[in-house]
Design a protein around this ligand. Sequence first.
Ligand SMILES: [Zn+2]
Length: 275
Amino acid sequence: MREKNHWKQIWEYTKKQHFWKKCLLFDLFCICLAFAVIMSGMGRGAKVKQQLTAALQKQEDAKLTSAKAQGDTGETEDEIKDNQIDGQNLEKKKVALTFDDGPHPQYTPEMIAGLKERNVKATFFLLGQEVEKYPEIVKQLHEEGHQIGNHSYKHEQLSKLSMEQACQQVTRTNEMIFDITGVYPSYIRPPFGDWHEKLDCEVNMVEVLWDVDTLDWSSKNHAQIVNKVLKNIKENDIILMHDGYETSVTAAMEIIDTLKKQGYEFVTVDEIIFE
Ligand SMILES: [Zn+2]
């Protein structure tokens, strides 16, 4: 009986103090607070997500722009820069520099260094007798990405030789180049541009002549060599030079620098022939 009264007293007390109402109010307050916290968290989350999406999109756009620029032209960023003058994209006109009679112990390495500095690939038609003497330079030409062609073994006029002798001049040089680079040359520039008419049957190679003859071996004059090219050059031309003279090296560099500014792009002969 005494205990029952005790409970009753508690009940009366809580009723008097509006305890349950207070509890209900407190619960409501807690729920509202929790709701507010969750909503603000969600808001922040959404904002962070939005920022992340924007950043990712920006990155993706940058990638696409760069891929498009490179995909369109197949160029590296350096090459793209080379072809932009004053922020303008110039239409590219292909030309090929070719160097005969090498390798030369002094001027071919100088030529290679100058071409590398300018990010230009050229084509070198080598003589077997010089390949024999300077295999390291041949290896360097190949490693630097230049195209190597055959210019016979010792610069004899092929049409004046017997078929057997002419073939030997060509195949012997091909074998030497293959031993050094692991690649058989596909292109031949016959000495004096004189192709043995029946040699096609014996040797399966593409003959490469030229469009602009600099006569660099004869003039050995920097300005004359440069002017000869600048006056006569047009799109898809093959320029004939020789890498055995200092003036040919310096002139080739000026030709590259000037023609690049005019929107020309230097390629190896295969890109001109199989255009
Ligand atoms: Zn020659």
